[in-house]
Design a protein. Sequence first.
Length: 310
Amino acid sequence: MFANTPVEKMFFAGRDIFLKRDDLLHPAFSGNKARKFAYFLAHEFPGIKKVIGHGSPQANSLYSLSALANIKGWQCDFYVDHIASHILNNPSGNYAAAVANGTNIIDLSRLGGKSNPDTAIRCQGYIEQQVLPNEPAALFIPEGGRCRYAEYGVNILANEIVEWSKMHNISDLKVFLPSGTGTTALFLNQYFIRQQTDIRVVTCAVVGGDAYLRQQFSMLNPDLSEHPQIVNVGKKYHFGKLYAEFYAMWQRVCASGIQFELLYDPLGFIVLEDYLQGCGSSPVMYIHQGGLLGNDTMLPRYRRKFASDI
C-alpha cells in the first residue's frame, strides 16, 4: 500500500536526531493523515459511495479525505463551521486542492441553526443528526481521523520504526511528535508497549493544553500506563495564531534542506529543543508528519504580520 518511509539524520539543538520522513509517504496524501486513513484505503466498503468529514476549511484532513475519495471513487462532503471570505475569494492550500478534487465543502454558518462554541461538536452533531440518517451509502470519519480505524495505519508506522531500530541496533529510542488530537502518538506508544519494546513516545499539546490531550488519549484508551509522555509547553499558545518564535524555529529547521510545515512543527521543535537538554543520551526520532500544503496559506499570513522581520 505505502512504501516504508526513510529515516534520515538531522543536526538539531547541538546533536544528531533521526527524522522519520512520513512527508514522503504518498504523493496524494499528507503523511499523518495518510496513516490515519490507511484502513479506508486498504479495505473494501461495499455500497459506500460517499465519505463525510468535518473540520477546518484549511485542515490537512480535508485534502487527505478528498484524495482518498478520488482513489476510492467516492464523493467527498466536508462540513465546516465557517469559511472566511478571504478563503472563498482567494482559494489556496488544502481548501483549493480539495475543491479541485471535487469535494463539496459545506459551510454550516450558511445553513442556519444554533451555534455551538465548540465547532467540532457542532459539526459532528449536525452530521450525526441531520445528514447521516439520510445518507445510507455514506461513510463518516470523525475530525482529523480520531477513531479506532486510525490504529491500523499507525500500527504499520510503529512496526516500521521497530524494524528500523532493530536493524540499526538502537535501544531506548524516544519517538517525538507534536499532537493535535493525540491519536497518532497514543496508538504508537500503545503498539510499542504491547510489542514489549523499549521504544516510547514523547509528545506535546499543540491544540488545547495537556489536560485536553490526556482527555483525548483516554477517549481511545483508558489505560493510563499506555499513554505517551506529555512534555509541557510552558507557555500558552493559541492554535493557529502566529508567533514570531514559531517562524524563527521554522526557518532554523528548514535550513537543514528539508521543508517542514508551519502549524505543528514549529512548536514541536521548540519543545523538542528543551526536551533534548534533559533526556540524556537517549536517541531521539522526530516524525515528519507532512502537511506541507498548509504552508500555502500559513506563509503569506506570517509575511503579512511580520513584514518588517521576514
